[in-house]
Design a protein around this ligand. Structure first.
Ligand code: TPP
Length: 1023
């Protein structure tokens, strides 16, 4: 009921004749429309001065409403002057004429004639509501009829229906109970529109025309789903205020020059290398000025560092004309005879990244632009960019994203199809993951390779995914460069104002097919017939400016000749390039970390041990609550108490081992960030890095941040339930600085497979492809504990299969072998059997003079196994990570008596030790733990197997034979022994699933594998 209350003075329409006197030039109500039916003719001119009541304004409207409703109930209940006013208004008095001075002050005779006109208040209310609804309809659905497709053949929203409530012909006024006779009537405008400019009332015809102008031309604005009034008002203002999209001469000329560069760059490449794939930008040339506008505007609002991620389309153009990579560096990439100066595979030219710091010419301010290298996997780079941006913000203290921001580019098919887009959007508002707004730009060429949108997505627009985070979406016809630039300005301002994501959907076409070698007529014949007829956008825009007199033809031609000359000269210089330096394409340099030649400063690793004092100090923090008046849960008190006891006994369990590593690194100045699902407490309730006050909501304490006043900060954050997005994010975070330990923990190790793309495309081959190192740590809970096929295996076989060390070549065992093989490897894979060794490997990750990804299979039952504790002695100065822990018991004292050496890794070690004891075989069977699986500890395996000359060699694992480590270790152990002995297998048989779901079967399998491991005759048949 209340919603319908409205101010009478606003309702009152002018009569047609009155309106005619006050309103500007008459316009035709309908004009040519798309398909002959859809829209009015746009006319960019706004003049409609209308008088208003002197005492009515936004602030008085509530009061007037009250008066009006009171008057309706009882005219005598209000002052006489209001009575007269409302009578006059209802009788059709125009705005400005309904008010009369109170009776007695002026004569009243003329009033009676108006009052006598019999008010029809109901109709008044209805008409007003109708106009309000109509305005709202354009705001909500105007984009459905906007002319977005430059080709004019597609419905960008995949729906050719015209909404009933958009007035595309005068007969549709009936939907609102209005008709043509109402068109000239003047209506007060609600506060939720800005189409009036400085005017508060307009004739209906003008209202519709202005709504047409704002919402149904070359820009389609989708924003009314945003549930924040201020933000909706902001957008309305940006698009509705008459004349808001005006460009001055200088802007037009700059825009033309940018269009020239964008267009001629592609033409130059096409001319020189017509048989090369480059994924050109033809059909969306306005992308370049679009990006430059976003950058200019953002620089204007204080942004100093922009990290970009983008797919193949137009990438070279962006490198050349947005980031300003030297053209010769780009052109020489086309020369296949160039020799690579760097190790590794390198990558194709349209995947490489880039980092550049320069002066922004528009703002005269410094700006750093980087484009992240990315794999072919579309959208995979999105979360990586966000992580990098978050890190850059974090390290420069940019807490609200005012100095560092991201721009993400997308293809329409990929934006709609790839789930990681959604996962990335969902990070955008989370406190530990937000980058305070990203500008997304979609190159919507209305096709994905050969597939039409109608069979590629179910959502109307490719951009609908952005609606989940209330991001406004600006669709724009990319053949209208001024419209493109305008929405880009608004997008950058939106980001600077609200620090939220925003999407610019550049609706364009693809002139050349998927790439330059492709024949698009096979699959989209009609579309491409139209494309062949389509005048290039540069030509269209140049003709428009020439017609307007903004430039003349000669100036335009000179601009083209100038850029062509730049390209030609760079091309000549590029012929002198003999060597291809992938390092020149580095997106994240780490100044000071390497020597000037890019080499590690040393080829050694200091001891990773700590003083007893330090261990005690960190242990003290780990077992206490370092703030006053903080009530923790009783169960947690017991945990902290038992931690205290362990510290007094000079031992650590898994959680304390981790605490010691983190705590010491923090005190040494290394920032640590641990992210993943439920990491704050730990999935297995062992970590408890965040304490929660039991009496005060959301009051927390992170003891790790109370170690020392000058320590580095510790970030521990529960993530959204995403692996692909969050792992990508952390990888990006780890790219920003080598002086931080960034860890991502999977809830259970097997869940890493939903982040496989990040692992396969970035983590494993990142350095080989893009010469950039990364020290990210993956913590993957792993272990066969009778929990069924899920949650058991972190799939070690997959990580090991992707290690680059040669199984068949025995490396030369130099003094620095251990560190050198770390330097040469693509990643490090470990499965620690003790918290002490876990402690060392974490610390080694930072103390090494280079960075490699570290994959850690972490335990579950070992977290609480008393045998799996480590003494302080294992962690004191001089101690270090043990790649292999040799047999240290009875067997090692008389090695010649030993009949078998069992090599194993991880948790099975404890089962083997128990079984050996039960069988009384301590002097006949040696057990060696391989803690670092890759790079393979050739030297130590050699030493251990040579020590037991009379023993056979067994690899024992609890995983199935086609899984786990066997296929990786077997050929390498054979290589260390020069294939003198077989490597027997004791473990589960091959299987499709990682584990049985039946607990009894699980235990049977375990018994069988232990029987094999200790049955000295078990492999007789296989000899
Ligand atoms: C994850 C992924 N799946 C498939 C492909 C193969 N592929 C390369 S480009 C392309 C079409 C992409 O279409 P769109 O996102 O609209 O970008 P456009 O090429 O049209 O610019 C496909 C399917 C890929 N690169 N990545």
């Amino acid at each position: 009921m209340h919603r319908l209350r409205t101010c009478a003075a606003r309702l009152r329409p002018l009569t047609a004749s009155q309106a005619a006197q006050t309103v500007g030039p008459q316009r035709p109500i309908t004009g040519p429309s798309r398909g002959g039916t859809r829209t009015f003719l746009p006319i960019r001119c706004y003049t409609a001065p209308v008088a208003s009541e002197p005492f009515l304004n936004g602030t008085s409207s509530n009061y007037v409403e009250e008066m009006y409703f009171a008057w309706m109930e009882d005219p005598k209940s209000v002052h006489k002057s209001w009575d007269v006013f409302f009578r006059n208004a209802n009788a059709g008095a125009p705005p400005g004429a309904a008010y009369q001075s109170p009776l007695g002050l002026s004569a009243a005779p003329q009033l009676s004639s108006l009052v006598g006109a019999q008010p029809n208040v109901e109709k008044l209310v209805e008409d007003h509501l109708a106009v309000q609804s109509l305005i709202r309809a354009y705001q909500i659905r105007g984009h459905h009829v906007a002319q977005l497709d430059p080709l004019g053949i597609m419905d960008t929203d995949l729906d050719s229906c015209v909404p009933n409530d958009i007035i595309t012909s005068s007969d549709k006024l009936g939907f609102y109970g209005l008709d043509e006779s109402d068109l000239e009537k003047v209506f007060r405008l609600p506060t939720t529109t800005f189409i009036g400019g400085s005017e508060t009332a307009l004739p209906l015809k003008e209202i519709i025309r202005r709504l047409e102008m704002a919402y149904c031309q070359h820009i389609g604005v989708e924003f009314m789903f945003i549930n924040d009034l201020e933000q909706c008002q902001w957008i309305r203002q940006k698009f509705e205020v008459p004349g808001v999209m005006q460009f001055d001469l200088e802007e037009k000329r700059t825009l033309l020059a940018r269009m020239v560069r964008s267009t001629r760059f592609e033409e130059f490449l096409q001319k020189k290398w017509s048989a090369e794939k480059r994924f050109g930008l033809e059909g969306c040339e306005s992308l370049i000025p679009a990006l430059k506008t976003i950058i200019d505007k953002s620089s204007e609002s204080g942004v100093e560092n922009i990290v970009m991620g983008m797919p193949h389309r137009g990438r070279l153009n962006v490198l050349a004309n947005v980031i300003r990579k030297e053209l010769e560096q780009i052109f020489c990439q086309f020369d296949s005879k160039l020799e690579a100066a760097d190790e590794g595979s390198g990558d194709v030219k349209y995947h490489l990244g880039m980092y550049h710091r320069r002066i922004n010419r528009v703002t005269d301010r410094n700006i750093t632009l980087s484009l992240m290298a990315n794999p072919s996997h579309l959208e995979a780079v999105d979360p990586v960019v966000q992580g990098k941006v978050k890190a850059e913000q974090f390290y420069c203290g940019d807490n609200d994203g005012k100095r560092v921001m991201s721009i993400l580019l997308h293809g329409d098919a990929a934006f709609a199809g790839q789930g990681v887009v959604y996962e990335t959007f969902h990070l955008s508002h989370l406190p530990s993951y937000t980058t305070h707004g990203t500008v997304h730009v979609v190159v919507n060429n209305q096709i994905g390779f050969t597939t039409d949108p109608r069979v590629a997505r179910s959502s109307p627009y490719p951009t609908d995914v952005a609606r989940v985070v209330n991001a406004p979406i600006f669709h724009v016809n990319a053949d209208d460069p001024e419209a493109v630039i305008y929405v880009c300005k608004v997008a950058a301002e939106w980001r600077a104002t609200f620090h939220k994501d925003v999407v610019v959907d550049l609706v364009c076409y693809r002139r050349m097919g998927h790439n330059e070698m492709d024949e698009p007529m096979f699959t989209q014949p009609l579309m491409y017939k139209q494309i062949k007829k389509q005048k290039p956008v540069l030509q269209k825009y140049a003709e428009k400016l020439i017609a307007e007199g903004a430039v003349n033809r000669q100036e335009y031609e000179e601009e083209i000749a100038k850029y062509d000359k730049i390209c030609e000269e760079a091309y000549n210089r590029s012929k002198d390039e003999k060597i291809l330096h992938i390092k020149h394409w580095l997106d994240s340099p780490w100044p000071g970390f390497f020597t000037l030649d890019g080499q590690p400063k040393a080829m050694s690793c200091p001891s990773t041990g700590l003083t007893e004092e330090m261990l005690n100090h960190i242990g003290g923090v780990a077992s206490s609550v370092p703030v006053e008046d903080f009530t923790i849960h009783g169960g947690l008190s017991r945990i902290l108490k038992s931690r205290g006891e362990m510290i007094r006994n000079r031992t650590v369990d898994w959680a304390l081992g981790e605490y010691m590593a983190f705590g010491s690194l923090l005190q040494e100045g290394t920032h640590i960030r641990l992210s993943g699902q439920d990491v704050e407490r730990g999935t297995f309730s062992h970590r408890h890095h965040v304490l929660h006050d039991q009496n005060v909501d959301k009051r927390i304490c992170i003891p790790m941040n109370h170690l020392a006043p000058d320590q580095a900060p510790y970030t521990v954050c529960n993530s959204s339930l995403s692996e692909y997005g969050v792992l990508g994010f952390e990888l990006g975070f780890a790219m920003a600085s080598p002086n931080a330990l960034i860890l991502w923990e999977a809830q259970f190790g097997d869940f890493h497979n939903t982040a496989q793309c990040i692992i396969d495309q970035f983590i494993c081959p990142g350095q080989a492809k893009w010469v950039r190192q990364n020290g990210i740590v993956l913590l993957l809970p792993h272990g066969m504990e009778g929990m069924g096929p899920e949650h058991s295996s972190a799939r070690p076989e997959r990580f090991l299969q992707m290690c680059n060390d040669d199984p068949d070549v025995m490396p030369s065992l130099t003094e620095d072998f251990a560190v050198r093989q770390l330097y040469d490897c693509n990643w490090i894979v470990v499965n620690c059997s003790s918290p002490g060794n876990y402690f060392h490997v974490l610390r080694r990750q930072i103390l090494l003079p280079f960075r490699k990804p570290l994959i850690v299979f972490t335990p579950k039952s070992l977290l609480r196994l008393p045998e799996a504790r480590s003494s302080f002695d294992m962690m004191l100065p001089g101690t270090q990570f043990q790649r292999l822990i040799p047999e240290g018991g009875l067997a090692s004292q008389s090695p010649e008596e030993v009949k078998r050496v069992i090599f194993c890794t991880g948790k099975i070690y404890y089962e083997l030790v128990k079984e050996r004891k039960n069988r009384g075989m301590e002097s006949t069977v040696a057990i060696a733990r391989m803690e670092q699986l890759s790079p393979f500890p050739f030297d130590q395996v050699k030493a251990e197997s040579e020590l037991y000359a009379n023993a056979d060699l067994v690899w024992c694992q609890e995983e199935h034979k086609n899984q786990g480590y066997y296929d990786y270790v077997k050929p390498r152990i054979r290589t260390t022994t020069q294939r003198a002995k077989p490597v027997w297998y004791a473990g589960r048989g091959p299987a499709a699933a990682p584990a049985t779901g039946n607990k009894k079967a699980h235990l049977m399998e375990l018994k069988r594998l232990l029987d094999n491991a200790f049955g000295l005759d078990a492999f007789k048949d296989q000899q």
